[in-house]
Write a protein that binds this ligand. Structure first.
Ligand SMILES: *Cc1c(COP(=O)(O)O)cnc(C)c1O
Length: 397
């Protein structure tokens, strides 16, 4: 996920447009901004690329999730189904609104298991939030039919899978709402930033207002605007949006290079007995930001991770114990350690995460290794890396 690797003159030019006027804010100051509307320009270009009617830029991917949930009317006590393997932003954004995260097992897609999702539905469930981790997607068709059956909102967290597709549609555009992050390690970056996309106009009117203190954005006198509902400040700055415009223009090149490098790495290890790959749902196309595979056992996965690092294959991850992306690592969530008092809905409705059986997730995560795919490598470097991976894994198997 390497947008930062291609930062260059184009990004600098965009930022300089903003620096020359000094108008760092996305709203107002019409006469002084020399017609630069970077956030607006990025929103239009991103909506077009994602084949949706609306895009709302915000200050981060975490903010995008919060704004998306709020836009769909999710609030205190509403249950949102999310996976055990994800980034912490999933439960942070839910709990921010007083809503209750319901953690559910993953399967060999490394994303929500539709069977486990259906079993977790209660009368309070309002939303299913699949997270397309490490470049590939959840079984969206199955999740959509569950949403239709129970009248739930489908919110895709596509922060790690920008540019992937499902059923011919860009990831993030298949559900009711989709969210992206442009933080510094994502496929394209704004430094910090995020986006919500949707085809539903009403959600996006809410998103537009909620991310800017409830402003209705009618007319061009900010001070005179009315506020139909309460909101917050999740605005992006013009400087960050400007970087994003230049990065978006490079996105398809980034995806092409990722695919080439991923394929070399995958082909090198594909024949090793006992090594198998993460399942990509039918009609899905990855964004190739990570190569994800399973070792035959937890013990061999641990050894493989150590051997890969030993062989100089940096950017290989064993999420099960070594990182902060799996429930094992979330001691603060499991024990509800908050600075202040939590909403009573969360305290009373939350699963006892220390005593919930996630052995199905453990089964997959315990054996999963993910290798980051970068775009700055030369062909020689990728081939060497692929050969090193093969040798390291063969030695463990
Ligand atoms: C990065 C990320 C986020 C949050 O994005 P930030 O911009 O860092 O707040 C949310 N979900 C997933 C899956 C991510 O990888």
């Amino acid at each position: 996920m390497p947008g930062f690797e291609v930062f260059g003159a184009e990004e600098r030019k965009q930022v300089n447009d903003v620096l020359e006027t000094g108008i760092l804010m996305r709203y107002g100051f019409d006469g002084m901004r020399n017609n630069h509307w970077k956030a607006k320009e990025f929103e239009a270009a991103f909506a077009k690329r994602m084949q949706v009617n609306h895009c709302q830029l915000v200050s981060s991917g975490t903010a995008a999730l919060t704004v998306a949930l709020a836009s769909a009317g999710i609030g205190a006590g509403d249950e949102v189904i999310m996976p055990t393997f994800t980034f912490v932003a999933s439960f942070e954004s839910i709990m921010m609104l007083g809503a209750v995260p319901v953690l559910v097992d993953i399967d060999d897609t490394l994303t929500l298991d539709p069977v486990a999702v259906e079993a977790a539905i209660t009368p309070r469930t309002r939303c299913i939030m699949p997270v397309h981790m490490c470049g590939s997607m959840a079984d969206l068709k199955a999740l959509k039919s569950i949403c239709d059956k129970y009248n739930l909102i489908l919110l895709e967290d596509a922060c790690q899978a920008l540019g992937g597709t499902y059923d011919g549609k860009p990831l993030g555009s298949y559900g009711d709402l989709g969210c992206f992050s442009f933080d510094f390690v994502k496929t394209i970056t704004c430094g910090e930033g995020g986006a919500v996309i949707s085809n539903f106009e009403q959600y996006m009117i809410h998103a537009d207002q909620y991310q800017d203190h409830g402003h209705d954005h009618v007319g061009n006198d900010r001070g005179a605007e009315t506020h139909p509902t309460l909101g917050y400040n999740f605005r992006i700055s013009e400087l960050n949006a400007a970087v994003g415009i230049a990065q978006l223009a490079k996105m398809d090149t980034i995806l092409d290079i990722q695919k080439t490098n991923y394929t070399l790495m995958r082909n090198a290890i594909a024949g090793i007995p006992g090594v198998s790959f993460r399942r990509v749902p039918e009609t899905g196309v990855e964004n190739y930001s990570f190569l994800n595979f399973f070792m035959p056992s937890e013990e061999k996965a641990k050894k493989a991770h150590a051997a890969l690092l030993e062989a100089g294959v940096d950017g290989s991850f064993y999420w099960y114990t070594n990182n902060w992306h799996y429930i094992n690592g979330w001691e603060h969530l499991r024990n509800l350690k908050s600075l202040g008092r939590l909403p009573s809905e969360i305290k009373t409705q939350m699963q006892d995460l220390n005593n919930t059986d996630f052995s199905k997730s453990d089964h997959w995560m315990g054996r999963t290794i993910s290798c980051l795919v970068k775009v700055g490598w030369t062909e020689e470097e990728v081939k060497q890396r692929a050969a090193n991976m093969k040798a390291a894994l063969e030695q463990v198997i």
